[in-house]
Design a protein around this ligand. Structure first.
Ligand SMILES: NC(=O)c1ccc[n+]([C@@H]2O[C@H](COP(=O)([O-])OP(=O)(O)OC[C@H]3O[C@@H](n4cnc5c(N)ncnc54)[C@H](O)[C@@H]3O)[C@@H](O)[C@H]2O)c1
Length: 409
């Protein structure tokens, strides 16, 4: 039997072109790829027959979207759900349909159930770390929703737990699996615009879902949408915008030096978390990033990224990429779509012909669990993505630029 090469993201490939599809350079591929021996590949093939048994911790709106996706993938079986809110948990149980075990406390579930292979963590943001560390400590694989954590200290604890356990920890930045993202990363990291010098990106969207889980306000005790409370969400920039910032950290690929931000509550004043921000980031490479964020575009979600380099300029808007070369003046457009992101080498190609980014992320997780291939969005990438939001919120709070060196490594 011939050996099989797996890339970051757990996507088997026939060659470097496949990796580039997922935005990796060939050198990073050779660094991070895992060459399975014939014996290991045979063992992997044998494992593919047994479903990976999954438990969800946190069964609110996001889990209601995850469940139908996970059910469509034959390699998964949902065996248990843990959530303290009965109606949210019951709705998830109905969506699963096959009578999963139900728990109000995830710790009891993890202690009692011996039939769980992997945990999907979908709690409010600041609770991710404790669940992830507990699950990894029991030798379980984890897919943790974005943002990975609300503090760098928590992210570091999660990274340490992953290293100790040697299990998969994938972070739920599913937009990395979109066609537009992988094409943009391929073009930028492949040198098509030369060195990246100046990036402008923005996200305009509406307010947070008012039907989100209500947590007790620490000051008044009143049940409050958790996304209005800094104790649970840290900052609005962590809850959204973090998708784009994750992708930009991936393509800019340089350490952050300094962040300056202004922002606050222009419209939604009666809450702790901000409704707009203007953020400037200076990278060690000299690259500058300007990121604009607001919650004031009710009913709309509009995001755009423009990247200026020494050799050209690239912009993305609604799945369309435009690339212009400075010297030749030649302009190319790439019309990507979610379907273009289908990982054709995934475990069950037949099941993913009509794939979305969400489904691609679960296929990649399944393949990582089965083969040990490092995830495309691993714990280090999850940590990179939260740095700008955390630094920007401190800059807003203290009305001054903040240096990366002021924060834990
Ligand atoms: N990747 C994406 O595009 C995306 C989209 C939406 C949400 N999310 C993420 O998903 C997570 C959940 O968001 P949501 O929209 O489902 O929120 P939600 O308010 O709808 O649900 C949160 C759930 O967490 C439960 N919960 C609270 N404390 C818990 C605990 N100690 N143990 C277990 N469960 C607990 C609540 O009871 C509730 O059911 C967040 O981290 C959010 O950032 C990601």
């Amino acid at each position: 039997m011939s050996s099989v090469t797996y890339g970051r993201g757990g996507l088997p490939s026939k060659g470097a072109a496949c990796y580039l599809k997922y935005g990796m350079t060939t050198s990073s591929v050779s660094r991070r790829s895992v060459l399975l021996s014939s014996a290991a590949a045979a063992a992997t093939a044998a494992q593919t027959t047994a479903p990976v048994r999954v438990a969800f911790v946190g069964t609110g709106h996001r889990t209601w979207a995850h469940i139908p996706v996970v059910k469509r993938i034959p390699g998964f079986q949902i065996v248990a759900l843990a959530d303290p809110t009965p109606d949210f948990r019951d709705k998830a149980a109905t969506l699963v349909g096959s009578q999963p075990a139900l728990y109000s406390d995830y710790r009891k579930m993890l202690a009692e159930r011996k039939d769980i292979d992997a945990v999907v963590v979908v709690t409010p943001d600041s609770l991710h770390a404790e669940v992830v560390v507990a699950a990894l400590g029991l030798g379980l694989h984890v897919l943790c929703e974005k943002p990975m954590a609300t503090s760098i200290e928590d992210a570091n604890r999660m990274i340490a737990a992953q290293k100790k356990a040697g299990k998969i920890l994938q972070i739920g930045h599913q937009l990395r699996f979109r066609g537009v993202t992988s094409k943009m990363a391929e073009l930028v990291r492949g040198g098509q615009i030369g060195e990246v010098k100046f990036v402008t990106a923005y996200l305009h969207r509406g307010d947070w879902n008012p039907a989100s889980w209500k947590a007790p306000d620490p000051k008044t005790g009143a049940p409050t949408v958790w996304r209005f409370l800094r104790q649970y969400m840290g900052t609005s920039l962590l809850e959204d915008g973090v998708h784009q910032l994750d992708i930009l950290q991936w393509v800019i690929h340089s350490p952050i030096k300094r962040v300056s931000a202004v922002g606050g509550n222009a419209v939604f004043k009666n809450r702790e978390t901000i409704d707009h921000a203007a953020v400037t980031v200076e990278y060690a490479s000299g690259t500058l990033l300007h990121f604009g964020f607001c919650l004031l575009a009710g009913g709309v979600r509009k995001e755009e990224t423009l990247i200026g380099g020494t050799a050209g300029h690239l912009s993305t808007e609604n799945g369309k990429i435009t690339l212009r070369n400075h010297a030749t003046g030649k302009t190319q457009t790439f019309d990507t779509s979610v379907r273009a992101a289908a990982p054709t080498g995934a475990v069950n190609p037949a099941a993913v012909t009509e794939i979305g980014a969400e489904e691609a992320q679960f296929h990649a997780f399944l393949n990582s669990v089965r083969t040990g291939a490092p995830p495309l969005v691993d714990a280090e990438a999850g940590k990179d993505a939260i740095l700008i939001p955390i630094m920007a919120q401190k800059s807003i709070d203290e009305r001054r630029p903040v240096l990366r060196s002021e924060f834990p490594a």
